[in-house]
Design a protein around this ligand. Structure first.
Ligand code: G
Ligand code: G
Ligand code: MN
Length: 375
């Protein structure tokens, strides 16, 4: 692949995909031929292929995506995108320690379009940055509303790889926080391992610039990506979120239990908080508490809810909410992590076989061995 161009601070990876429609098999007039060639082009792009010949079979799904892409731009002005909030519960005091924003698109014709569908479309159409900016504004405004009602709730927003690699993103966040008068420590940005790995140098610049402002970073879906562990140690990450696929069956599947335990131990060693997502029952919550997990999120506490439902959930007060921020220590500095003495001693508590197994499952076996040996 060609290296990306930098235009006005944005890294633009330029690629091309060709869609082919042949007359008369795929159409006998110019408009149907062009439409079918366009659908074939989109299929090529989605499948990561250079070209695609129109087949007709995939057209319904692709045409639907093409229509959604056209509708997405008017979704914000027409109030179709809603922010839903899912609580995170802290261990120890069982209090709400934050919420995650999960966006929902209520399409006038197609009903609820899930983020798994529309976020990739927003990414492909260049709409993800304006969408994320709008989501951040809404989320921070909501944080302020809760604050004036006596609830202190830090808010986490999911950030796409494209936004993470936009060198203007820190300025955008700074502008929103200043304009809305919200402290940066109230904002958590959830990024995935694959987003970091797709351009480590730019990811590090963005994460460092925002961390300097006080914004906190969380690594989402931890354990499912293609991880290089050395990067996690070098970035000032505040928390890692154990992917729900490991949490769902941790009480019954030994391998999942080992992975969860290992990630929690690793979090303790690295000095980062560990959030378990996908906690669906009380037993799992107790088990995670016993392991020393920092925080839990899942249907057991609450599903992602509209703000009205979330406020009703808060009123029930099953899980208390703080009125004031907890004192938050600054994320550990990369320099401290690189110092070998202390981590080396503490790492002995973590059986190397666990690490190898975990990292091997995660992906890069060579890196796994290197990390394990270094431990
Ligand atoms: O809420 P749900 O389980 O349907 O979310 C599915 C996926 O979509 C999750 O991985 C979540 O991180 C992602 N997602 C939800 N809302 C947003 C958003 O506002 N921005 C980004 N980038 N991803 C989101
Ligand atoms: O990828 P990310 O971690 O951002 O995805 C969060 C998504 O996981 C949310 O959209 C939410 O719908 C889903 N989720 C959160 N808790 C649970 C849970 O306990 N069970 C299930 N099945 N899904 C959950
Ligand atoms: Mn998330």
């Amino acid at each position: 692949m060609l290296p990306p161009y930098t235009v006005d601070g944005q890294n633009l990876a330029v690629g091309s995909s060709i869609g082919i429609a042949v007359a008369p098999t795929h159409g006998t007039d110019s408009s149907s031929l062009l439409r079918h060639a366009d659908l074939a082009r989109l299929s090529a792009k989605q499948g990561g292929r250079k070209y695609f010949v129109y087949s007709g079979e995939e057209s319904d799904k692709t045409a639907h995506r093409l229509a959604l892409a056209g509708d997405l731009r008017s979704a914000i002005p027409e109030n179709q995108i809603a922010l839903h909030y899912q609580p995170k519960i802290g261990m120890g005091d069982d209090a709400v320690c934050g919420v995650e924003v999960l966006s929902r698109w209520n399409h006038p014709e197609h009903g609820m379009v899930p983020p798994d569908t529309f976020i990739p479309i927003a990414e492909q159409t260049g709409f993800i940055d304006p969408l994320t900016r709008w989501l951040l504004e809404e989320a921070m405004a909501q944080h302020k509303t809760w604050r004036s009602a006596g609830y202190h709730i830090p808010v986490a927003v999911n950030i796409s790889a494209i936004t993470l690699h936009n060198s203007h993103f820190p300025e955008v966040v700074a502008e929103i926080l200043t304009r809305l008068d919200v402290s940066a420590t109230e904002l958590v940005l959830e990024i995935t391992e694959s987003a970091i790995m797709s351009d480590v140098a730019q990811a590090a610049r963005t994460v460092n610039a925002l961390t300097d402002m006080g914004v906190q970073f969380s690594i989402d879906d931890f354990g499912t990506g293609y991880t290089s562990f050395s990067y996690i140690g070098k970035l000032p990450i505040r928390e890692i979120k154990v992917d729900k696929s490991f949490v769902f069956n941790m009480l019954t599947v030994n391998e999942d239990a080992v992975i969860v335990r290992t990630i929690v131990e690793m979090g303790k060693i690295l000095g980062v908080n560990v959030v378990a997502e996908g906690v669906e029952d009380e037993e799992t919550w107790h088990a995670l508490n016993a392991l020393g997990c920092t925080c839990c999120q899942g249907y057991f506490f609450g599903k992602p809810m509209s703000v009205v439902d979330f406020d009703a959930w808060l009123e029930k007060a099953e899980w208390p909410v703080r009125a004031e921020p907890r004192i938050i220590s600054t994320p550990r500095s990369p320099a401290r992590l690189r110092s070998p003495a202390k981590p080396g001693r503490r790492l002995k508590r973590l059986p190397t076989t666990f690490v190898v197994k975990l990292l091997g499952r995660i992906g890069d076996r060579r890196e796994a061995r290197r990390c394990a040996v270094r431990l």
